[in-house]
Design a protein around this ligand. Structure first.
Ligand code: GRF
Length: 192
């Protein structure tokens, strides 16, 4: 990752599909002095993503690509990213799996947040699986995006205790809170 030069922040796009708590966190972070990134664009695969409200709230450009035609959606996204000079991508609850070609084009510039201690529990329903297996710990991971799902190089992880009282809802909340802190820390780590 290129080092930060001067005060210029790296133009970044955040890809979402859902609630957008990580998006909100990243937008707030990007407005702080310590942030090396500037959120310039929000991309969603569905207009139903609740997180899109933050685009209006914080006055950030948003675009929806429905991925019904996967290839052309990706092609149009690439065109848009180039046009806006986006140099960094944060996936934050984005539910589409980007193609090898797309990832290659932004090699080493796409990162993701995952709600488990990877390589444990790749894919969906991580908290359900952790509780079902009576795990004592779970966590979250920020990693580079590689062609194989949830398998890119790990940037940072945070271990979180699962207590006897935890259920899926409480664990989701607990982990999300840590995701937010970890996402900021990982971005700072990448750029410094
Ligand atoms: C987070 O738990 C993230 O780790 C996972 O999807 C969830 C998205 O939450 N990939 P939000 O939309 O950022 O609130």
């Amino acid at each position: 990752m290129e080092k930060l030069t001067g005060l210029k922040k790296t133009k970044t796009a955040v890809f979402i599909s859902g609630t957008g708590s990580n998006l909100k966190n990243l937008i707030k972070f990007s407005k702080s002095k310590e942030s090396p990134i500037l959120i310039d664009l929000i991309i969603s695969n569905t207009r139903l993503a609740k997180g899109l409200i933050y685009a209006d709230q914080f006055n950030i450009e948003k675009k929806i690509f429905n991925f019904q035609n996967f290839k052309s959606s990706e092609k149009n996204i690439i065109t848009l990213l180039k046009k806006r000079k986006i140099k960094f991508i944060c996936l934050a609850g984005f539910m589409k799996i980007l193609s090898k070609d797309f990832i290659k084009k932004f090699d080493g510039k796409i990162i993701n947040v995952h709600p488990s201690l990877l390589p444990k529990y790749k894919g969906l329903n991580t908290h359900t699986r952790a509780i079902k297996n009576k795990d004592k710990f779970t966590g979250c991971t920020i990693h580079y995006v590689a062609a194989k799902l949830d398998s890119g190089k790990i940037i940072m992880q945070k271990k979180i205790k699962i207590t006897i009282k935890d259920n899926i809802k409480s664990l989701t909340q607990k982990v999300l809170k840590e995701e937010h802190k970890l996402y900021r820390a990982a971005i700072i780590k990448i750029f410094t």
